[in-house]
Design a binder for this molecule. Structure first.
Ligand SMILES: CC(C)(COP(=O)(O)OP(=O)(O)OC[C@H]1O[C@@H](n2cnc3c(N)ncnc32)[C@H](O)[C@@H]1OP(=O)(O)O)[C@@H](O)C(=O)NCCC(=O)NCCSC(=O)CCS(=O)O
Length: 384
């Protein structure tokens, strides 16, 4: 792994920084406050290729590496982790469609998804199947040239606003091997959406439950083959977890930037806050945490780019470490601003609220520990 970014990567970072300053920063607080899902911003992100960053070029994606994608997402998340996190979920779903979709499916959806003109949700979790994802009950029964989809999904980001749903459903026996994945048009008859969940953060993206009642899904919407859906879902999440970890790193860096400006301009006891050693030490620890998290995220991204057999465990480690570090750094930055950090005049309370969920979703950090421990202790994986 190169420690320095290449010129091309620096250019991507600069482009993303400009997009973040121009298109996200001026609106992020209002989108959060008014719970607005910024479809137009996603469309403009799509114009730059940000809706299909690592999607195959054949479907109109940029076909970049996970490391390159992480560099872009980090810049966006520094000002708006909630909107960026949805963008990462869309990218994950688009990559799954692009990698395992049938030619007919790609003809219908490929360019629109990669270009951001249509958005996608990832639908694995169910009311009764969260951490134990392989116990999911939503069923898809083959009937001629379509599958009859029945069941319910929960905690689906973008649901009710997105046009395509990547749905994991049971086509066979109990357990992981009986699950298949489908790309389901979100407006098919029989699909209904629950209320917009009321959340602590991530307010610029809607979260809803989805119910499927005898939905006729055309057979060409199956991704890969029957019975492979759980593995596809997990492969999607290996990258998704790196993305969520990236959003935490970006948010933490954004929080540190705000805190530094504040500390430079704020005097107490006739000194700038930057001159108090207790605060200097806190800031130094925050910076150390962010750099360590960023390096873990980039290492995991490189492992995935290299298709390394230990990518799953590095992704789990990066997600566990970076999302814990990111939340803690945002909290510390909020503390550095004293009472002002608690006000909505500054973005810190939003960054704290938005990064909290990163420790919970796309696999809780407890499940990340399960994955790490299984690989190291049961399967004897040696990390070098
Ligand atoms: C807890 C889990 C990690 C594991 O579950 P299981 O113990 O039930 O499954 P396994 O026996 O480990 O695996 C079954 C099967 O799948 C293969 N597998 C597992 N991981 C991978 C992988 N990374 N890549 C490829 N294949 C994989 C494994 O080899 C087995 O196959 P064989 O039998 O060997 O052939 C899992 O249930 C888990 O991750 N749980 C957490 C679920 C989760 O993250 N949910 C979040 C959903 S998204 C969300 O939060 C909403 C936000 S949003 O995106 O809108």
């Amino acid at each position: 792994m190169d420690v320095e970014l290449s010129q091309e990567q620096q250019a991507f970072a600069q482009l993303a920084r400009e997009f973040a300053q121009g298109e996200l920063a001026p609106h992020a607080a209002r989108w959060d406050q008014e719970c607005i899902f910024p479809v137009d911003a996603f469309r403009r992100a799509g114009e730059l290729g940000f809706c299909g960053l690592y999607a195959p070029a054949e479907m109109g994606g940029l076909g970049l590496s996970r490391l390159d994608a992480s560099i872009v997402f980090e810049e966006l998340a520094a000002v708006d982790p909630s909107t960026t996190a949805f963008l990462t979920i869309h990218n994950m779903a688009v990559w799954m469609v692009g990698t395992w979709g049938s030619p007919k499916l790609l003809e219908q959806w490929g360019e629109a998804l990669a270009g951001g003109n249509k958005l996608a949700s990832y639908c694995l979790t169910e009311p009764g199947a969260g951490s134990d994802a392989a116990s999911l009950k939503t069923s898809a029964q083959k009937q001629g040239d379509f599958y009859l989809l029945n069941g319910a999904k929960a905690f689906i980001s973008g649901a009710g606003e997105t046009e395509l749903l990547v749905v994991m459903a049971r086509t066979g026996a109990a357990g992981a091997g009986g699950i298949s994945a489908f790309a389901v048009p979100a407006d098919l008859p029989g699909i209904s959406y629950g209320r917009k969940e009321l959340k602590m953060g991530w307010n610029s993206q809607s979260t809803r439950a989805i119910t499927f009642d005898n939905v006729e899904v055309p057979a060409h919407c199956l991704l890969a083959k029957e019975g492979e859906g759980f593995k596809l879902a997990m492969k999607g999440l290996v990258g998704g977890r790196i993305n969520i970890a990236t959003c935490s790193v970006g948010a933490a860096q954004g929080a540190m930037n705000v805190a530094r400006e504040y500390m430079r301009g704020r005097k107490q006891f006739n000194k700038d806050l930057t001159q108090f050693q207790a605060l200097q030490f806190k800031y130094a620890d925050m910076a150390t945490q962010v750099v360590a998290a960023r390096q873990m995220v980039r290492l995991a991204a490189c492992k995935l780019d290299a298709d390394s057999s230990d990518a799953t465990v590095y992704s789990a480690m990066a997600k566990r470490f970076a999302t814990d570090a990111g939340f803690s750094v945002c909290l510390d930055a909020q503390q550095l601003l004293g009472g002002y950090g608690y006000l909505k005049d500054y973005p810190l309370e939003r960054l704290v609220r938005d990064t909290r969920v990163h420790q919970i979703l796309e696999g809780t950090n407890e499940i990340m520990r399960v994955i790490i421990a299984q690989q190291l202790l049961e399967r004897g994986l040696i990390l070098e």
